[in-house]
Design a protein around this ligand. Structure first.
Ligand SMILES: CC(C)(COP(=O)(O)OP(=O)(O)OC[C@H]1O[C@@H](n2cnc3c(N)ncnc32)[C@H](O)[C@@H]1OP(=O)(O)O)[C@@H](O)C(=O)NCCC(=O)NCCS
Length: 144
């Protein structure tokens, strides 16, 4: 299917519910910040960070490409199961890379669950390498 069958754009406040629906439909691992409040907070802090792939009226993919002034970070990549293996994720990541590069990022990272075979394969196919000598340390500041 040709890439022009979807377009990539920055999400706005009116897309929040559709993005949450997509994350649920995509069976992506839920995140504690998967909420209306969480996404609205992101959009206030870094407007343009949430990218969506849109076909007609439907959101078929989404990705957060966040810039914190230090690094570029990707979160919550998900594609509607009916739209997979057509290049939607690839085009979202490439659009996110372009955005982060415009902000001055020189290093981009993505957190990927080690048992997510498709996700690992995707990031590797796009030129990302797994760091074997780094671990992620997490502490919750509040309960969701
Ligand atoms: C991972 C995911 C985002 C991929 O989306 P997608 O739009 O199907 O990916 P693309 O079509 O852009 O694939 C690009 C490349 O990634 C790799 N890839 C994607 N899905 C794959 C799979 N199921 N198995 C193996 N490789 C895969 C391939 O190299 C593919 O290129 P090819 O189709 O030319 O072989 C999608 O499967 C998804 O939403 N999964 C559930 C949520 C998730 O795991 N998110 C990632 C969190 S980091």
């Amino acid at each position: 299917m040709a890439p022009e069958e979807w377009t990539i754009r920055a999400a706005g406040g009116g897309d929040v519910a559709a993005v949450l629906d997509l994350w649920r439909a995509a069976s992506s691992l839920p995140s504690v910040t998967d909420s209306i409040v969480g996404i609205e907070h992101l959009l206030r802090h870094d407007s343009g960070a949430l990218l969506v792939a849109e076909s007609g009226e439907a959101i078929v993919g989404a990705l957060i490409a966040a810039w914190d002034g230090w690094r570029g970070s990707f979160y919550r990549l998900a594609v509607d199961p009916r739209w997979r293996r057509r290049g939607v994720a690839r085009s979202l990541v490439r659009a996110g890379e372009a955005r982060l590069e415009r902000h001055g990022a020189v290093r981009l990272t993505a957190i990927v669950a080690s048992d997510e075979v498709a996700a690992r394969s995707l990031w590797q196919s796009l030129g990302y390498t797994r760091q074997s000598k780094r671990s992620r340390f997490v502490r919750m500041l509040s309960q969701p």
